[in-house]
Write a protein that binds this ligand. Sequence first.
Ligand code: AMP
Length: 393
Amino acid sequence: MKLMSVNAGSSSLKFKLYNMPSEEVICVGIFERIGQSIGKFEIEYDGKEIERDVEFKDHSVAVSYLLDSLIDEGIVKSLEEITGVGHRVVHGGEKFSASIKIDDKVIAAIEEVSELAPLHNPANLVGIHAFSKALPHASQVAIFDTAFHQTMSPETYIYAVPYEWYQKYGVRKYGFHGTSHKYVSLKAAELEGKNPNDINVIVCHLGNGASICAVKGGKSINTTMGLTPLAGIPMGTRSGNIDPAIIEFITTKENKSVKEVTDLLNKKSGFLGVSGISSDNRDLEDAVAKGSVRAQLAMDIQDKKIADIVASYFVYMGGCDVLAFTAGLGENSDRMRASICNRLSALGVKVDLERNNIRRKTTLISADDSNIAVYLIPTDEEIMLARDTFELV
Ligand code: AMP
């Protein structure tokens, strides 16, 4: 059975076509700059790579182009072969605690929670509409970034603010990156030869956006992102948690609106804000090599906050079997993994520097006498979309 996983952004669309249940990847690709005068289409299949500059007026045009290309390149003989499409949807609010087949009611519910993710959900919906139109015979499935965290308890997800904000507007912690946290925690259980119900895993998803998740017996019991992805640990350009009074203080000092300050917290903070150099870890590592104190400080702040969270989750979970690193930084930065592990030595975490000298490959990086097994586990959100779609189709 051929199934497509789709991640539609406001001007991009990533796709991967799988043969299921073997999980063989048939092709993978991306559209960029949809809606701009020159867009980009890239597809890889059968050892070949195609890259084209083409104008895509909107997502529907891009999806038609993709489906025509699948036929033209002989990747599929007929579009009828594609029996399902799994769509990443960022916010499912409290309405969705699992993936679901899309119908009009589901679309209405996704629209309803769009105010909680105004940049993401509308773009995800555009992708859903485009594929529903182009592949009317195929089942469309929604997989939510928030769903995995719906197992958190009220003491974890309710903020200590007027309770009416939760009742009236749904203000609570939702958490994101759920698909990644689920994939990595399942993989950790598999690597340890344990049933997911019998293992406690802390997953550090550290990319440009970053969050940590405590997965106890296969369920998310806490995570760092909140109502929005701005909360939690400092990231490439996001501040993570700060004293909320800073917002009013800066609006007054700099004569800015709350929206403008929130924008600065989203786009000009984190690595970029502290270093004044870049949001990208590689640039910071280069700057540190040239003696930049602020680049070092930006990295130290993030490493410290991550270690603080891991330590508190360790206590909250009643101990932890596996600490797992994933996403851009987690998979590539041996510096960062070592720095975090060293800060956790009081918990008996010991990294093996030789094992840690590795990139993007599933690897045990802890020493044999470490109290907690530490792994690098490359994430694979697309396969989770395909698996859930397969189950529902
Ligand atoms: P993501 O958002 O998951 O793509 O992660 C982006 C982050 O990963 C950026 O801060 C990159 O600098 C970092 N990253 C990617 N590749 C490397 C690498 N080879 N070494 C160090 N950091 C990396």
